[in-house]
Write a protein that binds this ligand. Sequence first.
Ligand SMILES: Cc1cc2nc3c(=O)[nH]c(=O)nc-3n(C[C@H](O)[C@H](O)[C@H](O)COP(=O)(O)O)c2cc1C
Length: 195
Amino acid sequence: MKNMTLNEIYNQIWNDLKDGVKNTKSAFHYPIISTIDKNGYPSSRTVVLRKINKENNIISFNTDIRSEKWLEIKNNKKISVSIYEPNKKIQIRIIGSAILNYKNKIWDAAWDSTPSMSRECYSTPYPPSTTISKPEDIDNSLKNIQNEDLNKYKVNFGRIDILIKSLDWLYLIHSGHRRAKFELSKNISMCWLAP
Ligand SMILES: Cc1cc2nc3c(=O)[nH]c(=O)nc-3n(C[C@H](O)[C@H](O)[C@H](O)COP(=O)(O)O)c2cc1C
């Protein structure tokens, strides 16, 4: 890892992201996404990485369109992502713009590739972050949807694409850390940074 070139590091980042889509043991499966809330505070949460597109510099995740993050992105599309994979001792920080996909072809394809178990998440009558009187109501609402056509809950489902502007890679090793920055536009520019 320590002797890799910038080009090799860049390709390795995308390989790790690709692996993260399927590999539930990888930290790349669980990126932390930060947006800006209505009071101007950064708001961070874990999501599941669903898709990557190296050619177009995009990574994607799914969410409930009633959630705070969806509303926050409507107000401010600037987004950042943080991943730390302890087995590889690698931190990735991403800055980019979020694109909300709803009632378009990307949204249709994302829903089609979402299994029933995950579709159930969008069936709750309680929008995320609303106050509820009894937490058990969540279990009851899940029980009630058994055998229901989950397609009707597609209205609550959203696919968020992150168009990556820059990638910051940090590799921790006691003999001397390594850090690199990649600016992504039509051409990729890359450089070493002091860790
Ligand atoms: C392991 C894990 C995976 C998660 N995956 C997602 C996800 O893919 N999409 C999502 O909207 N929330 C996901 N969540 C829940 C979010 O972290 C968050 O609690 C929820 O979406 C509400 O966030 P918000 O109020 O900032 O919108 C996940 C949480 C955990 C712990």
